[in-house]
Design a binder for this molecule. Structure first.
Ligand SMILES: *[C@@H]1O[C@H](CO)[C@@H](O)[C@H](O)[C@H]1NC(C)=O
Ligand SMILES: *[C@@H]1O[C@H](CO)[C@@H](O)[C@H](O)[C@H]1NC(C)=O
Ligand SMILES: *[C@@H]1O[C@H](CO)[C@@H](O)[C@H](O)[C@H]1NC(C)=O
Length: 262
């Protein structure tokens, strides 16, 4: 009997540990950086041949059509919605650092979602063509505080938006940030699979412990599903990922090189 009790207590403690398994901020930052840098990895491409010139394959950085799909349901709360917006801005900075934002460069859009009727395109590709105007627009996005989480309909809207606005040749990425499981409209699996079938990369960040892992894995591509304990943690990890993507010109290796004027 005593053994049984000890066993039960052990199982209970183990279950709690599992449920609240903390995400390591450094690992999350690494994972975000690895993923984003692989999406933005230059590819060898053949330029069109000019008469009389030899053509060599050149490394070309892909241009992104990056569509943020941001949960704006009440459970996030106004305070943490601000942090979610900061995360979006950091992601835009990250992209800009590797594949500059511009009318003919990488582009960003934002879908804000909660209930089906509140789900809307906040701004789309080409509405803003500089990194600062895009970040300002994200900053001005108001919290919908909606009473449901219509992730499926938001993904359907993402497909409509990409079909209408993305440019041929741009790499299309849908980046979902949510704190919950979907509970309104079509289940997200079908529209996520639809996006994938159309060559769109789908990534998802689940924040907090109300998300459903099975559903996250149905939304995000294999290898593009992330978990964070909180929006605060996600923001720190996103900043760290951004820092990892920047060459450290003022420290370490580069300082030790002695450059010569040419
Ligand atoms: C957003 O705008 C407010 C003022 O409207 C400013 O105080 C804040 O620093 C901005 N945040 C970001 C992340 O740009
Ligand atoms: C990112 O780098 C900046 C500048 O070096 C630094 O101030 C900041 O603390 C770093 N942020 C994180 C989260 O590592
Ligand atoms: C730069 O040089 C210093 C002093 O020689 C050395 O201690 C340090 O390890 C070097 N750093 C790198 C990244 O090479």
């Amino acid at each position: 009997m005593q053994t049984m009790k000890v066993f039960v207590v052990f199982v209970a403690v183990f279950a709690i540990e599992q449920a609240s398994a903390a995400v390591n901020t450094n690992e999350l930052a690494r994972a975000l950086h690895n993923k984003l840098s692989s999406i933005l990895e230059p590819e060898l491409m053949m330029a069109p041949a000019l008469p009389g010139s030899k053509v060599q394959p050149q490394p070309v950085t892909p241009k992104l059509d990056f569509l943020l799909v941001l949960d704006s349901s009440g459970s996030i709360t106004a305070k943490y919605f601000e942090e979610a917006k900061d995360v979006c801005e950091i992601l835009v900075d990250y992209i800009h650092g590797k594949s500059p934002i511009g009318k003919y460069g990488s582009r960003a859009g934002l879908i804000e979602y909660s209930t089906k009727s509140k789900t809307h395109v906040a701004f789309s590709f080409g509405d803003y063509n500089t990194v600062s105007t895009i970040k300002n627009r994200i900053n001005q996005t108001e919290f919908d505080n909606g009473g449901a989480t219509a992730t499926g309909p938001a993904l359907q809207l993402a497909k409509t938006e990409l079909d209408a606005k993305s440019l041929p040749g741009n790499v299309r990425v849908v980046w979902v940030i949510t704190d919950g499981k979907s509970n309104s409209g079509v289940k997200p699996k079908m529209p996520a699979d639809d996006l994938r079938a159309n060559g769109v990369m789908v990534c998802v960040v689940g924040v907090g412990n109300s998300v459903n892992d099975v559903e996250l894995n149905q939304i995000g591509d294999n290898g593009c599903v992330f978990r964070a304990d909180s929006f605060t943690q996600l923001k720190t990890a996103a900043r760290m990922a951004y820092n990892l993507s920047r060459p450290r010109l003022n420290s370490g290796f580069f300082n030790n090189l002695s450059f010569k004027r040419v």
